[in-house]
Write a protein that binds this ligand. Structure first.
Ligand code: ASP
Ligand code: MG
Length: 402
C-alpha cells in the first residue's frame, strides 16, 4: 500500500515525540508500505515565529512571512528524517519545493495549483521514506508560499490525491470522530466510518478534528482519509465516499456550537432590497451569517433575525447601527446551535419529529431551526444546550453500535 501519513503539531511537539513518530513510521514501513510522511511544525512553533515578526512590524510583507513560517515545518521534517536514518531506515526530507508542490501567488493563504510528483515517485521507487514539510509550496516564480493556518492537512491530502495513495492517515491527539463531544456525553462513541459530506458538516459545526478545506479536497480527489491518534494504537475514523459505507446509520452524530450569537431586528421596513442591503454589507465585512429567519410582515414592517459567530458579533453590531437597519435592535450571546447530522436522513422521515419532541420532553425551547438534506440545526438557550445534546444522543440511540 502507498500511505500518506500526516503528523500534526502536538504529535511532533518535542524531540521525544518526534522519536515516537519515527518508530511508528518505521513500523509501518516494516509492514511493507510505501510511505510519504507529511509533518507540521512542532506545536507552538508557528505562533512563535509570528511573534518574532511582530517584534519588528505590525504588517510584515506576506512574502517574508512565508519565508519565515515555512521554516517550522522544515525543522520537523529534517529531524524526523535524521531520527529514521539513525534507526537504519532510508529516509529523505523534502521542502514543498522539492516535493513539487506548486501554488498560486497568494502568500500566507496560497492554494495548491498542481503537484509535480516526479521527485517523490523516484525516491519511492528507491525504497525511501519521504518526509515532506507540510503547509508550504512554491509559486511559479520560485517564491516560498504557505497554505494558511492548519495547512499541513491540506498538503497531505493533496499529495495523497496526486500520488494516488491508498490511504491518507491524519495523526492528531484525538482518536477520531465521535458521535458527540465525549466531555458532554460520556457514552459518546467513536465513529468507524463517515461520509465526506457528514464530516464537512461536523467540521463546519466546530468539530476541530480536521480542517474543512482538507475534507473538501479529499472529497474532490476521492482520497480515503483516516483520522487517528498518534498516542495510541486505536483504529481511527475512516472518512470516505458514501457508497463505501454499507450500513448507514440514520443519524451519525450530534454537534454543539456554543460560539453563536443572535442579532434580532424588529420593525424593519418590509420592502424590496432591505435584506440585500443588510446581508451584502455583512458579507463585505466578512461576517459569516448562518441562520436567518424573517417573520410575516405587518403594517409595512417585519422582524428579522440571524446568527453570527460570537467573535463577529461586535462588528455585526456596528454594521447594524451604522445601517440604521431597524428601530429596535437586540443581541443575544447566550445561544447555542445543536445539530443532528446523518446521510441516512435523506431516506428517512421522522428524524426532525424525533428531534423536536425530544426538545419538548425536556422543556427546551427551540428558537430557530434550519435544515439541509443531511442536517437539522436548532438554536437553543446556551444553558440547556448540553442537556439537548445528551437527550438527542439518547433519542437516536447513538450510544449503541448500529
Ligand atoms: N504549522 C502550521 C500552523 O500552525 C500548519 C499546520 O500545523 O498545519 O498553522
Ligand atoms: Mg453563545
Amino acid at each position: 500500500m502507498l500511505i500518506v501519513q500526516k503528523f500534526g503539531g502536538t504529535s511532533v511537539g518535542d524531540l521525544e515525540r518526534i522519536g515516537n513518530v519515527a518508530k511508528r513510521v518505521a513500523k509501518s514501513k516494516d509492514q511493507g508500505n510505501d510511505l510519504v510522511v507529511v509533518v507540521s511544525a512542532m506545536s507552538g512553533e508557528t505562533n512563535k515565529l509570528i511573534g518574532y515578526a511582530d517584534h519588528f512590524s505590525k504588517s510584515p510583507a506576506v512574502r517574508e512571512m512565508d519565508m519565515l513560517l515555512s521554516s517550522g515545518e522544515r525543522v520537523t521534517s529534517a529531524l524526523l528524517s535524521i531520527a529514521l536514518q539513525e534507526m537504519g531506515y532510508d529516509a529523505v526530507s523534502m521542502s514543498g519545493r522539492k516535493a513539487g508542490i506548486y501554488t498560486d501567488e497568494k502568500h500566507t493563504s496560497a492554494r495548491i495549483s498542481h503537484i509535480n510528483t516526479k521527485n517523490m515517485q523516484n525516491n519511492l521507487k528507491e525504497g525511501k521514506i519521504i518526509i515532506v514539510a507540510g503547509f508550504q509550496g512554491i509559486t511559479d516564480d520560485d517564491n516560498v508560499s504557505t497554505l494558511g493556518r492548519g495547512g499541513s492537512d491540506l498538503s497531505a491530502v493533496a499529495i495523497a490525491g496526486a500520488m494516488g495513495a491508498d490511504l491518507c492517515e491524519i495523526y492528531t491527539d484525538v482518536d477520531g470522530v465521535y458521535t458527540t463531544d465525549p466531555r458532554i456525553e460520556r457514552n459518546a462513541r467513536k465513529i468507524d466510518k463517515i461520509s465526506y459530506d457528514e464530516m464537512l458538516e461536523f467540521a463546519s459545526l466546530g468539530a476541530k478534528v480536521l480542517q474543512n478545506r482538507s475534507v473538501e479536497m479529499a472529497k474532490k480527489l476521492n482520497v480515503n482519509l483516516v483520522t487517528r491518534s498518534s498516542f495510541n494504537e486505536n483504529e481511527g475514523t475512516l472518512i470516505t465516499k458514501e457508497e463505501n459505507i454499507m450500513e448507514e446509520p440514520i443519524v451519525s452524530g450530534i454537534a454543539l456550537d456554543k460560539n453563536q450569537a443572535r442579532v434580532s431586528l424588529r420593525d424593519v421596513k418590509d420592502e424590496p432590497g432591505i435584506a440585500a442591503k443588510i446581508f451584502s454589507t455583512l458579507a463585505e465585512n466578512s461576517i459569516n451569517v448562518d441562520m436567518i429567519i424573517q417573520n410575516v410582515g405587518h403594517d409595512g414592517t417585519t422582524n428579522l433575525g440571524f446568527t453570527v459567530p460570537e467573535n463577529e458579533l461586535e462588528t455585526a453590531k456596528n454594521i447594524m447601527e451604522e445601517l440604521n437597519a431597524a428601530k429596535n435592535l437586540e443581541y443575544d450571546n447566550n445561544i447555542a446551535k445543536v445539530s443532528i447530522v446523518g446521510v441516512g436522513m435523506k431516506n428517512h422521515s421522522g428524524v426532525a419529529g424525533t428531534a423536536f419532541s425530544t426538545m419538548a420532553d425536556n422543556n427546551i425551547n427551540i428558537e430557530m431551526i434550519s435544515t439541509s438534506e443531511i442536517k437539522i440545526s436548532m438554536i437553543v438557550d446556551e444553558k440547556y444546550s448540553e442537556l439537548a445534546v445528551r437527550s438527542l444522543h439518547q433519542a437516536y440511540s447513538l450510544d449503541q453500535k448500529s
